[in-house]
Design a protein around this ligand. Structure first.
Ligand SMILES: [Zn+2]
Length: 146
């Protein structure tokens, strides 16, 4: 093999190595994404199993579940308390002009007519915050375990 032929061969081989590397990188990324999806699915199924168990056995669970049911109860109580606190804060809105107490549902001060300081976005947030959503249980430790 003469010099130029060898050089050509080397260049082709080098190109293949680059292509192989690129393909490998793509394959790694693909696999990583699939692994992530599988983990997500396992987490989701685990969460559903937990939710179903709670539904069926909240009054007759095995003692291994005691700590989970206790934690759930504690967190639910704390959550209810915080939601109440938040509700109170919303209810105690005062007019920025005259200081009169306003209801969170008032758009204008009932005393002086000044537009309420809180905007529509804040009200929307409130609606979302207070909607009863048992699915929040999904954020608990049980669901997070991998
Ligand atoms: Zn006012």
């Amino acid at each position: 093999m003469d010099f130029f032929e060898q050089l050509k061969k080397n260049v082709v081989q080098a190109g293949q190595t680059v292509a192989d590397k690129a393909k490998k990188t793509t394959d790694i990324l693909k696999l990583k994404e699939q692994i992530r999806q599988d983990k997500r699915e396992i987490r989701d199924i685990t969460y559903r199993i937990g939710k179903t168990y709670i539904k069926l056995h909240q009054n007759d669970y095995e003692e291994e579940y005691e700590k989970y049911f206790q934690s759930l109860k504690t967190v639910k109580e704390a959550l209810a308390e915080k939601e109440q606190d938040l509700q109170k804060m919303y209810d105690k809105v005062r007019c920025t002009e005259c200081g009169a107490e306003m209801s969170s549902s008032d758009d204008y001060c009932p005393k002086c007519g000044t537009a309420a300081a809180f905007d529509a976005e804040l009200k929307e947030e409130k609606i979302i915050d207070f909607k009863d959503d048992d699915d929040h249980f999904g954020d608990s430790d049980i669901a997070r375990e991998e």
